[in-house]
Write a protein that binds this ligand. Structure first.
Ligand SMILES: [Zn+2]
Length: 307
C-alpha cells in the first residue's frame, strides 16, 4: 500500500488568463517532474471525482455555490475579487479539486491508500464560509476535514497549513469548531490580513517576518504546532500544502527550501503515526514558481511515500 496521487486533467481547464500566476502550468510542471523522476509510477494514481452540492455545504453557506454559478461566464473571465476570476470551466475544475479531498479521505479511511496527495487547482484555503477569495472558490481542505469528521472513529482532526499566506478561509470555517485544530505558518504582515490576530484555543497562528526562513519556520513548527498537535491528538491530519514560502517563489519573501518541506512532512507523518493511525491527506494550495513548486511537491510526496 502506498500514497495515492489524486488529480484530474480538467483541473487545468480553470484558466484566469495568461498573466495570472495561479495557472495550469503549475500542475503541468508537477506532473513533468514526478513523471521524469519515476516517482509517479510508484504512486496509486487516482482520477479526481466531482463533489456533490451537499458536500460543498459542509463548509460553505447554502447559497455559496449558487452565487458562483450565477457569475459563471459563457466566455472570457469574470472577476469575483481583484485577483480571483471565473472562466467557463472554473467551477468544473473547482468541483474536481474539492471532490479529490473527499476521495482522499475515503481511500485512507478504507485502508486503500497509505496516505494521499491531491494535485489539484483551484486551491482552497482562502475561501471563507460565505465568500470566494484569493484564487479560491471552495475550501477543499475544510470540506475534506468536515467529511472526515462525519466518518466513524474520526472525532478530532487537525488542519496544518504551511502556505506562505494565512489560510483565512480555513480559520473562518473552524474558528468555533474546537474538534478541528488549525495550525499555520505564514508571512505577516501580508495578504490576506483577515484572521491572523484571532484568539482561539484551536487556532495556532504562527506569523513569520518577511525574509525569515528555515530556522524560524522549524522553531515555530516544533515550538507551537507540535505541542498543540500532541494535546489535540487528531484522528487525521490534513495538510494545506502550499509551496509559496519557497525562497524562489515570486509571490512572497520567506526563504524555505525543499529540505524544509521534507522535514515538516516527516514531522507530520511521525505525529500521525503516534496519534492518528498514520492517517494523512495533503492538498495542494499555492506555489507560483513552477520549477520550485514541482521540486517541492516531489520532496513532499517522497516523504509521504516513505522514501
Ligand atoms: Zn499562498
Amino acid at each position: 500500500m502506498t500514497t495515492a496521487y489524486i488529480t484530474h486533467d480538467d483541473c487545468c481547464l480553470h484558466n484566469m488568463g495568461p498573466e495570472h500566476p495561479e495557472s495550469p502550468v503549475r500542475l503541468q510542471a508537477i506532473r513533468k517532474v514526478l513523471g521524469r523522476t519515476g516517482l509517479l509510477d510508484e504512486l496509486q494514481q487516482q482520477t479526481s471525482v466531482h463533489i456533490l452540492p451537499d458536500q460543498i455545504q459542509l463548509a460553505h453557506a447554502n447559497l455559496h455555490q449558487k452565487r458562483l454559478e450565477l457569475k459563471l461566464p459563457e466566455s472570457g473571465v469574470v472577476y469575483t475579487d481583484e485577483d480571483t476570476a471565473l472562466c467557463p470551466d472554473s467551477l468544473h475544475a473547482a468541483s474536481l479539486a474539492a471532490g479529490s479531498g473527499i476521495l482522499a479521505v475515503n481511500r485512507v479511511l478504507a485502508g486503500h491508500s497509505k496516505n494521499a496527495f491531491c494535485a489539484v487547482r483551484p486551491p482552497g484555503h482562502h475561501a471563507e464560509h460565505n465568500i470566494p477569495m484569493g484564487f479560491c472558490f471552495y475550501n477543499n481542505i475544510a470540506i475534506a476535514a468536515i467529511h472526515a469528521l462525519q466518518q466513524p472513529g474520526i472525532n478530532r482532526v487537525a488542519v496544518v497549513d504551511f502556505d506562505v499566506h494565512h489560510g483565512n478561509g480555513t480559520v473562518d470555517i473552524f474558528k468555533d469548531r474546537p474538534e478541528v485544530l488549525v495550525c499555520s505558518t505564514f508571512q505577516h504582515p501580508f495578504y490576506p490580513e483577515r484572521y491572523s490576530e484571532i484568539l482561539r484555543d484551536n487556532i495556532i497562528n504562527c506569523p513569520m517576518d518577511a525574509h525569515s526562513g528555515s530556522l524560524e519556520f522549524r522553531n515555530l513548527v516544533e515550538g507551537r504546532w507540535l505541542p498543540a498537535l500532541q494535546q489535540h491528538k487528531p484522528d487525521m491530519i490534513l495538510i494545506s500544502a502550499g509551496f509559496d514560502a519557497h525562497a524562489e517563489d515570486p509571490m512572497a519573501d520567506i526563504n524555505l527550501g525543499e529540505e524544509d518541506y521534507r522535514w515538516v512532512t516527516q514531522m507530520l507523518l511521525d505525529t500521525a503515526r503516534t496519534y492518528s493511525d498514520n492517517r494523512v491527506i495533503s492538498m495542494l494550495e499555492g506555489g507560483y514558481n513552477p520549477v520550485s513548486l514541482a521540486f517541492s511537491v516531489q520532496a513532499h510526496i517522497e516523504v509521504l511515500a516513505g522514501h
